[in-house]
Structures are given as structure tokens and as C-alpha cells.
Design a binder for this molecule. Structure first.
Ligand code: IMP
Length: 446
């Protein structure tokens, strides 16, 4: 039995959906532990493309139970649209379980998110506008609506008749928006509640039972390390904890339950929204990466900012999440390049910086120091094993593994399930310590 966390090692959009989908095959339960409909993952199965925001991609496996845990925030309207989409495709959602203590995104959260971005002007964060920050803010302020509340019509009426007038003061006075009428909102959310009711359970008990039955549990993080509220590039972060530690809090399980942590990193870097990005490329190469990598947000359609791989960030992700190994995705996007750069450290004035700075202002002034590697200039999308890769592609991966002192267990070379090289079984293979300490001849082990 192994319980595994999958976490984004950069600014999100690392291709976690595909890796989760791949590992879901050996999982009995897949748990989404934080975030909301700001996330989006695309899974390609044959000629079908699935775009999901909240429901774990494990739902595509009929036997796998999927949990949307307590640490998430749920927009019921979007969740129900996803359920409808799956049903339309003949995929059963009977195995979807929603935590009764997850918080609910309300219409005023979406309005406030967007109005607040506008009010911030040049200080805007570039949020997805899905109401995520305001939902988590209400959770912390203890004025949130939980899934539990939706299940209690009278309680919900009372709660919203109290909260909405209070939100209306904000909407009218601060944001110059019209007030909301509580009644239609209450009616809509009661209708959502009835459709969600069969899926709502105490997911903590479900996970405890799964653990006792020695089942495999996969914890799926949304967003990425640098968007973490506590450990990311604050304030240009999301409002939850995507880092591995967030899995325990979000799912309501103890850290002793976790066996492995797998970090997912693109072979280059992208970022959506505002905030510093040292290796960003605003030139032709950046445009090429965006084009070849189809770098547009799944949720908002916004073009992603693209840049070289940043090993300072990689090392930070290894440290912050305790990564056992890495899955490197989208290596094929680099296929055409003549040379490829990797940032190994930063310069700030006359200082060399190897540890990721906590201060976004400082990060904004950091200049990347690059190691330039030769490109391989050949198609890798059909490589099935490491020995199929051009030697320079292999050397590139070895360089990344060495810079981060972390083995690469999976290499992804395209969106299809089959476009993947499993270097080492990330769940049942040897632990990181073994790989790092013993010269086992692992080709992608530092
Ligand atoms: P929010 O999560 O909508 O509040 O947005 C806060 C920041 O996180 C913005 O920079 C968003 O672009 C970014 N963000 C949120 N979710 C994702 C994601 O799934 N992928 C990449 N960036 C995200």
C-alpha cells in the first residue's frame, strides 16, 4: 500500500492532470485537497479530451473513488456542470464524494473577486475571477457557507439572510455595485444542494476506512508550490495551500499516512497572472514555447507567460514539499530548440542567490544565471523508454535531476497517456533516499 501526494513544483499548470490520471490507475481513492474552480486540468484519452476543474481525473476509472475534500472550495454550479458533462459522456459519477465541511463559493464571492481586482488597479493579482480568494477569506473570517449548510434548508435561509445584507454593504459602498437579493440565491443553492446530496459524506471517515483496508490513496494538489498562500510568491498567490503539507490539512489525515510525494514540473516554466518571473521570455523563444506548449489557461483561456526552467524554484519545491521524485512534463515542447537554458542561480547586485527569496520584491530584481545546454532538435513524442530519447534530451533531464538533487521518475512527452516514459515506478519503486544515496546506476538519478 502507498499513499502518494502529487504536487505542482512551479506556478501551476505543470501537467499534474496527466500524471494524476496515470497514477490513478493504481489508486483506489483520489483526493483533491485544496483550491476550487480556479484549477483546470485536461486529460486526453484516445480521441476524447476532458476538461475538469473540481472533479479529480480519477473519475475516468470506474472503480476509483474520488474525494473533493474539506480544504477545497466548491462552486456548486460548476461542479454540477462537470457532473452533467461526465454523464453526457457516459461516465458514472457515483464514486464522487464531496466533503461536508468544504466551503462553498457564492455569487457574492465571484463579484467581490472581480471588483476587488479592478479596485486594485496596477496592484491587481491577476486572479481567475472565480471567487476563490473571497471564499477562503470568509472561511478564515468564520462567515463562510459550508456544504453542511447547504444540506440544511432552514439553516441556509437564516445564514444567507444574515450574510447577504452584510455583503451588500461591501458591494454597494466599496465596489459601487447593485445589492444582491438573497431569495433567488437561496433558491438556486437549495436546488444545487438536492443534486449534490447523494455525493456528500464525511470524507474523513471514508479516508480512514480506505487506509484501514490498506488501499492506495492519491492526493492531488491543484495550482503549484509558488502559488501557495504561505510559501508562494505572496501576494501573487492563490488563497489555499497547494504544497504537500496542505494535503494533510485539506484532507483531514495525519502526516504519518503519507508514503510518497511526487513533484510535477514542466521542462520549462510558465506562469499565469501577475507577479515576478525571473526566467520569463518575452521574445520569440517565449512565443515558441507558448505556441508549441499550447500555453493557454484551462480555466480562463489567458495566455501563459513562458520562460526557461528555473532550478532555484525546483530546489525550493523539493525542500518545501519534501519531494521524493519528479515527473517532468512537456519535454517534447523543447524539441525544436537549438539551445536550451536552465537557470541555476540568481544574481542580485553583487550577490549570488541560490535559495528562492521569500520577498517578491527581491525576486522581481533577481537576474537569472543560466547554464546553456545544446538542444536535440528531433521529435521525442514517440519515445517509449529513456534509451529512445536523443542523448541531449537525456542529458538535459540528467542536468535537471542533478540541479535539484532529486530523481526523475516520469517523463511526459505529449498529452496522450501513451506519451510517457516511466523511468522508475514512482509509487512502488525505491524511496528517494535510496536513489540518492546509492549508486544504483539510475539514469535520471543525481
Ligand atoms: P485565484 O486562485 O483565482 O485567486 O488566482 C490567484 C493567482 O493564482 C493568479 O495569479 C492566478 O492566475 C493563479 N492561479 C490560480 N489557479 C491557477 C491554476 O490552476 N493554474 C495556474 N495559475 C493559477
Amino acid at each position: 500500500m502507498a499513499n502518494v501526494i502529487i504536487v505542482g513544483a512551479q506556478w501551476g499548470d505543470e501537467g499534474k492532470g496527466k500524471i494524476t490520471d496515470l497514477l490513478s490507475r493504481s489508486a483506489d481513492v483520489v483526493v483533491r485537497y485544496q483550491g476550487g474552480v480556479n484549477a483546470g486540468h485536461t486529460v486526453v484519452v484516445g480521441d476524447k479530451t476532458f476538461k475538469l476543474h473540481l472533479i479529480p481525473s480519477g473519475i475516468l476509472y470506474p472503480e476509483t473513488r474520488c474525494v473533493i475534500a474539506s480544504g477545497t472550495v466548491i462552486d456548486p454550479e460548476v461542479l454540477l456542470q462537470e457532473l452533467d458533462m461526465l454523464e453526457g459522456l457516459g461516465i458514472s459519477a457515483a464514486n464522487l464524494f464531496v466533503s461536508e465541511t468544504a466551503h462553498v463559493t457564492m455569487p457574492y464571492h465571484r463579484l467581490i473577486d472581480r471588483a476587488e481586482e479592478e479596485r486594485r488597479g496596477k496592484y491587481r493579482l491577476g486572479t481567475t475571477g472565480r471567487g476563490i480568494g473571497p471564499t477562503y477569506a470568509d472561511k478564515s473570517s468564520r462567515v463562510g457557507v459550508r456544504v453542511l449548510d447547504l444540506m440544511d434548508p432552514e439553516g441556509l435561509q437564516a445564514k444567507l439572510n444574515w450574510i447577504i445584507p452584510y455583503k451588500n454593504v461591501l458591494l454597494e459602498k466599496l465596489y459601487d455595485l447593485p445589492p444582491l437579493d438573497p431569495q433567488p440565491i437561496i433558491q438556486d443553492y437549495l436546488a444545487y444542494a438536492e443534486r449534490l446530496r447523494p455525493h456528500v459524506v464525511d470524507t474523513g471517515v471514508l479516508l480512514e476506512q480506505a487506509a484501514h483496508a490498506r488501499e492506495n490513496i492519491l492526493f492531488e494538489g491543484a495550482q503549484g508550490t509558488l502559488l501557495d498562500l504561505d510559501h508562494g510568491t505572496y501576494p501573487y498567490v492563490t488563497s489555499s495551500n497547494p504544497v504537500a503539507g496542505g494535503a494533510c490539512i485539506g484532507a483531514g489525515v495525519g502526516p504519518t499516512m503519507i508514503d510518497r510525494v511526487i513533484g510535477v514540473a514542466k521542462a520549462y516554466t510558465t506562469r499565469v497572472g501577475e507577479g515576478p518571473f525571473p526566467t520569463e521570455l518575452t521574445d520569440e523563444t517565449g512565443r515558441l514555447l507558448g505556441e508549441r506548449g499550447a500555453e493557454f489557461g484551462t480555466t480562463t483561456g489567458r495566455p501563459r507567460r513562458c520562460g526557461w526552467f528555473d532550478a532555484v524554484i525546483g530546489r525550493y519545491a523539493v525542500r518545501t514539499n519534501g519531494l521524493d521524485c519528479l515527473a517532468v512534463t512537456k519535454l517534447d515542447v523543447l524539441d525544436e530548440l537549438t539551445e536550451i537554458k536552465v537557470c541555476v542561480e540568481y544574481r542580485l547586485g553583487d550577490r549570488t542567490i541560490r535559495d528562492f527569496p521569500s520577498d517578491s520584491q527581491i525576486l522581481a530584481h533577481c537576474v537569472p544565471v543560466y547554464k546553456t545546454l545544446p538542444g536535440w532538435r528531433s521529435y521525442t513524442g514517440d519515445c517509449q523508454k529513456l534509451s529512445d530519447l536523443p542523448i541531449r534530451a537525456l542529458e538535459y533531464l540528467q542536468f535537471l535531476a542533478k540541479e535539484m538533487s532529486t530523481p526523475i521518475a516520469i517523463v511526459s512527452l505529449g498529452a496522450e497517456r501513451g506519451q510517457t516514459i516511466i523511468v522508475e515506478d514512482p509509487i512502488h519503486g525505491p524511496k528517494r533516499a535510496l536513489l540518492v544515496d546509492s549508486p544504483v546506476g539510475h539514469p535520471l538519478c543525481p
